[in-house]
Ligand binder design. Structure first.
Ligand code: A3P
Length: 286
């Protein structure tokens, strides 16, 4: 490692013991850094980015809060941008999980952002299932009550969830050409319209010929939950040290509103109250 990187690693090591800590969702603890709850991995990543990432104006960042549709948005953006480079019948998304095509990076800077968020009630349910998949055998499962307690207090990766959404929402109002905010529920309801919106935002609108050839429909089909979750590459259940999360972990139900099958009326009411309070006067709602 060069000296600059070594310095950042040293700063991370010195900072970590000074930060407030909370019980985590799987084995890790979450640490509070600049108002947000992150894993040590997230903190190291964000400090490395602050110190060493030089974005180019043409860079594009796909930004999400976990369990809001990261996998889906990665697939959609990848297939929109590269639509003239690949044949749909032999597309990279048939052979690779989207995380291997659009890489992880936590950043804030002068390039464009496509952001997706989702009803926090569904985020909690998705994250609770996800956490229990990731907890090693022998560790008792995380109860829904515990997950609810952590999530509603703001203790979730990159949380408080509401502040994460608000940050991007406000940025999209201030810089609509730089930040596009999508909602999972809207993409579910109107996938064709949303794909056109992303393409317009990225400056690569669909041409009349492409519309005639139903390329938008092809992209929506390629990236649909049913299609993606049935590809062999995404059915694989293998975990390794470098990839402790398997490709199949990113696909569960893929629906809007599954929270009704899990949350008590009281839980849903409390989450709705927090949402209402946090977003009051911002023009944003789920
Ligand atoms: P559920 O647990 O509610 O099913 P992320 O990719 O940000 O980790 O989010 C995962 C959530 O998105 C999971 O939600 C997962 O099933 C859903 N998902 C993954 N791929 C999807 C797709 N192509 N279309 C719709 N939802 C998808």
């Amino acid at each position: 490692l060069d000296e600059g990187y070594q310095k950042t690693y040293k700063n991370v090591d010195e900072l970590l013991p000074t930060l407030p800590r909370s019980k985590g969702w799987w084995l890790d603890q979450l640490l509070q850094y600049q108002g947000f709850w992150l894993s040590t991995y997230g903190i190291r990543g964000s400090m490395l980015i602050d110190d060493h990432f030089n974005p180019r104006p043409t860079d594009l960042i796909v930004a999400t809060s976990p369990k809001c549709g990261t996998t889906w948005l990665r697939a959609l953006v990848f297939s929109i941008i590269n639509r003239n480079s690949f044949d749909f019948s032999d597309h990279p998304l048939r052979k690779a999980n989207p995380r291997d095509l659009v890489h992880f990076l936590e950043a804030h800077i002068p390039c464009r952002f496509v952001y997706i968020c989702r009803d926090p009630k569904d985020v909690l349910v998705s994250k609770w299932h996800f956490a229990n998949k990731l907890r090693p055998k022998g560790v008792p499962p995380l109860s829904l009550e515990e997950a609810f307690d952590l999530f509603s207090k703001g203790v979730s990766h990159y949380g408080p969830f509401w502040d994460h959404v608000l940050g991007y929402w406000k940025a999209s109002l201030e810089s609509p050409k730089k930040v596009l905010c999508l909602k999972y529920e809207d993409v579910k309801k109107e996938p064709l319209g949303c794909v056109r919106k992303v393409a317009n935002f990225l400056g690569v609108p669909f041409t009349p010929e492409e519309e005639n050839k139903e390329i938008v429909e092809e992209i929506v089909k390629l990236c649909s939950f049913e299609h993606m979750s049935s590809q062999d590459v995404n059915k694989s259940d293998t975990r390794s040290q470098e990839k402790p999360i398997s490709n199949s972990d990113f696909f569960r139900k893929g629906e809007a509103g599954d929270w009704v099958n899990h949350l008590s009326p009281q839980m849903s009411e409390i989450l709705d109250q927090i949402t209402e309070q946090k977003f009051q006067g911002t023009g944003f709602s789920f």
